[in-house]
Design a protein around this ligand. Structure first.
Ligand SMILES: Cc1cc2nc3c(=O)[nH]c(=O)nc-3n(C[C@H](O)[C@H](O)[C@H](O)COP(=O)(O)OP(=O)(O)OC[C@H]3O[C@@H](n4cnc5c(N)ncnc54)[C@H](O)[C@@H]3O)c2cc1C
Length: 286
């Protein structure tokens, strides 16, 4: 499992890509797969695994996402000063699959009700709709977080449905022979899907039904599991409270080396991504 070093300076790792919706199809009760294409994506240097991007979406009634001039040195500051009702909606998503030959990428959007602009967009989008991605200009970029150390002999994946696309990308990337235990929580039995892999993978699906997202279901399942002995690498992503609980269990109760645990809060109950970003910026400023 060769991992990489992200040697390129951060500013050079990313660029904007204009893209159009090519196809939309459901891939489960809660997920809709949006295929994006266009000539710009010929240069999209996805690193596979849990490669994430920022997706910029238009508001209803806009023909395309409204963004600051690309040439603007500090585009993010310029973006933040724009009217939130006009500037594009900015959200984080995972590249479920890239097909470089066709200049296409797939993104799986969770339909989590009418609460967020991205989920609403995914519910109404049609082929021809225009979006912009802030994505990788180099394969070795910091938005690939799944980086097992070379001596890893088994992998633990813990994810809710927002991180199911990343689990799919990770399993597709892992080599033959490596042992994987994956715990994936989904809202509905209709969200269970095939996850092709060469790895020796055992996927445990946890259907939460009426239990609210971000509960202790995943942490309880991991706590109750017999994990293989050896040299593990763990990757956890999904609702932030769940991620914290699972990480704490692995590091505190099971004694996993914290450097061998990658974790990422993909969303927080009760807060939009915009709220989470503002909170992070405020605490960085303080
Ligand atoms: C690196 C990374 C990769 C990600 N990859 C994916 C991906 O491939 N697919 C995917 O669907 N999501 C993914 N996410 C999560 C996604 O960015 C968030 O769910 C985002 O909040 C959705 O935006 P929104 O506009 O729909 O809702 P927001 O406007 O951000 O939030 C509105 C309300 O909805 C709630 N909410 C947000 N997401 C959910 C949810 N899934 N279930 C229930 N309530 C929710 C919020 O708590 C808030 O109360 C990823 C996040 C990160 C950081």
């Amino acid at each position: 499992m060769a991992t990489s070093t992200t040697a390129e300076p951060v500013a050079l790792q990313y660029r904007f890509f204009a893209a159009q919706v090519v196809a939309v199809r459901t891939v489960g009760t809660s997920l809709v797969r949006v295929t994006l294409g266009g000539p710009d994506l010929a240069h999209f240097a996805g690193g596979g695994r849990d490669q994430s991007v920022s997706v910029f979406l238009p508001h209803p009634g806009q023909g395309e996402p409204v963004l600051p001039d690309e040439a603007e040195e500090d585009w993010f500051t310029a973006y933040r000063t724009m009217d939130p009702d006009v500037r594009a909606v900015m959200r984080s998503y995972t590249i479920r699959e890239q097909r470089p030959g066709a200049s296409e990428v797939d993104i799986d959007f969770v339909r989590h009700g009418g609460t967020g602009p991205a989920t609403r967009w995914a519910g109404r989008t049609r082929p021809g709709d225009r979006v912009v991605l802030l994505g990788p200009a180099v394969h070795d970029n910091r938005s690939v977080c799944f980086r097992p150390p070379d001596d890893t002999d088994h992998v633990l994946l813990v994810a809710d449905e927002t991180a199911l696309p990343a689990v799919g990308g990770i399993l597709a990337w892992l080599p033959a022979g490596i042992r994987v235990r994956a715990f994936v929580e989904v809202p509905d039995p209709g969200d269970i899907q095939d996850l092709p892999t060469d790895a020796h993978a055992e996927v445990r699906w946890i259907v939460r039904g009426g239990t609210p997202a971000g509960s202790s279901l995943l942490a309880d399942a991991v706590r109750a599991a017999r994990l293989p002995a050896g040299t593990p690498y763990a990757w956890i992503a999904g609702e932030s409270a769940m991620v914290r609980a699972v990480r704490r269990h692995l590091v505190t109760d099971r004694g996993l080396d914290r450097r061998r645990v990658t974790f990422s809060g993909y969303w927080r109950r009760g807060l939009s991504e915009e709220d989470v970003r503002s909170e992070a910026l405020a605490s960085a400023a303080a």
